[in-house]
Write a protein that binds this ligand. Structure first.
Ligand SMILES: [Ca+2]
Length: 217
């Protein structure tokens, strides 16, 4: 009767343990590397998206003298920004399915569009670091100066043609032959025209006359 010899398995087991150990060490170094790469890609993608949103917001402000209430506002979404074009998205890279967040102060209007960041927690616009700040004063003043130039030219022509001013802005504007498109500055506030000094004034970004940001022409 032959005695069945058991195949010694100890050596194989040690080998297996070594292989497992080596693999786990390798996996342990590769996973953080992959994670770091993914994180860097997400960060740069988020920055690109925020930049694109910022540009679209400036264009929106130029046309509307205010910022939209939200990113999916129908007057903004799909008109000033087309998600999907140029890899642009409105969804926060770390916000689940949520959009990037908006924080707005007014008079002067400043909009901050921000991501909740890698921790996925909304710590507020001031605490978050991945954000873009858009001052409405830049597009607003561009529009204000463009309108002032047109009004000043029309005013000069009107006065040289013997026209007189009443001091009532809408009346004088109509008399100059300009439509209501020129009634307001780039912040949605009516210009004023002093009938005697013939000075045109915009209340500026703070929408208040008599402050240092007034634009006088
Ligand atoms: Ca002002």
């Amino acid at each position: 009767m032959g005695v069945k010899r058991r195949i010694p398995s100890g050596f194989t087991l040690i080998e297996l343990l070594v292989v497992i150990t080596v693999m786990s060490i390798l996996a342990g170094t590769m996973v953080p590397l992959a994670t770091a790469t993914q994180k860097a890609e997400k960060l740069s993608r988020a920055q690109r998206e925020l930049d694109a949103i910022g540009e679209a917001m400036e264009a929106y402000y130029y046309d509307n003298a205010s910022f939209p209430a939200s990113l999916n506002d129908p007057s903004f979404f799909g008109i000033y920004i087309l998600p999907g074009v140029g890899d642009e998205k409105l969804e926060d890279e770390w916000g689940g399915n949520g959009f990037y967040k908006l924080s707005q102060t007014t008079n002067p209007d400043v909009l901050i569009v921000y991501s909740v960041g890698t921790d996925g927690v909304d710590n507020g616009a001031n605490s978050e670091s991945l954000k873009i700040t858009i001052p409405g004063s830049i597009p607003g003043l561009t529009k204000t100066r463009e309108r002032l130039r047109v009004i000043a030219a029309a005013l000069a022509e009107y006065l040289s043609g013997g026209g007189t001013l009443t001091g009532n802005w809408t009346t004088d504007l109509a008399a100059m032959g300009l439509g209501t498109a020129y009634q307001k500055d780039g912040f949605g506030t009516d210009f004023t025209l002093n009938a005697s000094s013939r000075i045109l004034t915009s209340a500026g970004p703070d929408r208040t006359f008599g402050t240092s940001d007034d634009v006088v022409f």
